[in-house]
Design a protein around this ligand. Structure first.
Ligand SMILES: Nc1ncnc2c1ncn2[C@@H]1O[C@H](COP(=O)(O)OP(=O)(O)OP(=O)(O)O)[C@@H](O)[C@H]1O
Length: 254
């Protein structure tokens, strides 16, 4: 298994001079290989920006980023995407409307120079609980949950060891959210994946993660285990506020 994610003294900013926004401030965080860590906090607290710096979508940052033992610069190599893949919030926006499931997966597999494309497509569809009958469908013929399963299959196509999950269930109907969380949980176990997941929802984090970094105004204000979260053992007032606002969601039975 690879080495997970190490973030040390990460600062990320947007704009210059008077317009400069300091989105992430001195953030240090470790996600050991095989672990699943959640990033929670109010809107605008810098959660997605951390994922974007890791994937190379933002390059105005300083500090140290390490993924699977490799120190990252400002550009990402092709091999980086064999190790790290991202699943986005909105499966409607992340799939091309005129590309069939077959095209989406075969393009990704070809890009990563993988062999046995036919066999891999069938097994990816089975792995995400869709089955081969979905292979030639188009996004408009799929439900939101089915689209997110295709997006997850596409992320897994390159056989990454790390998935960065940006609110992977928040655009879905409540009834479907648990199915996708269970799928992500099973896949993690089967493939020994490492997860770093952004969420507003403490219940979602409680379902999929072992620990949580709480962010406020670009900083990590508290690290908690999910047990501490459930037992209401947060020490920082801000975390307590978050817990109170999602009271009833952080239950031990989720
Ligand atoms: N491309 C950008 N240009 C300028 N400012 C940006 C840009 N992207 C993000 N920001 C700012 O950086 C800060 C952190 O944003 P970020 O999207 O990381 O927060 P977040 O915690 O993920 O919020 P949300 O939960 O709403 O997605 C915010 O103040 C946001 O307005």
């Amino acid at each position: 298994m690879s080495d997970g994610i190490v973030i040390d003294q990460l600062n990320v900013w947007f704009g210059q001079h008077h317009d400069r926004v300091q989105a992430v401030k001195d953030v240090s965080l470790k996600v050991p290989a095989g672990a699943s860590v959640g990033l929670v906090g109010e809107s605008g607290s810098g959660k997605s920006t951390i994922l974007r710096a890791l994937t190379g979508l933002v390059n105005t940052w300083s500090g140290t980023l390490e993924v699977a033992g490799e120190t990252l610069g400002k550009q990402r190599s092709r091999s980086f995407y064999n190790t790290v893949q991202m699943v986005f919030q909105d499966p409607y926006a992340s799939l091309h409307p005129r590309h069939s499931v077959d095209q989406v997966l075969s393009e990704t597999l070809s890009l990563h120079k993988l062999d046995n494309i036919d066999g891999r497509i069938v097994s990816l569809l089975e792995d995400v609980g869709l089955g081969r009958q979905f292979r030639f469908r188009y996004p408009h013929q799929l439900s939101g949950g089915q689209r997110q399963r295709v997006a997850i299959a596409r992320a897994l196509a390159a056989e990454p060891s790390i998935l960065l999950l940006d609110e992977p269930t928040s655009a879905l109907d409540v009834s479907v959210q648990a199915e996708i969380l269970n799928l992500l949980s099973d896949l993690r176990e089967q493939r020994q994946l490492t997860y770093l997941m952004v969420s507003h929802n403490l219940a979602v984090v409680g379902h999929l993660c072992e620990s949580v970094a709480v962010m406020q105004s670009g900083e990590i204000v508290e690290m908690l285990s999910v047990e501490d979260l459930r037992s209401n053992n947060a020490t920082q007032p801000y975390t307590r506020e978050l817990l109170t606002s999602s009271l009833g969601y952080v239950r031990s039975d989720i």
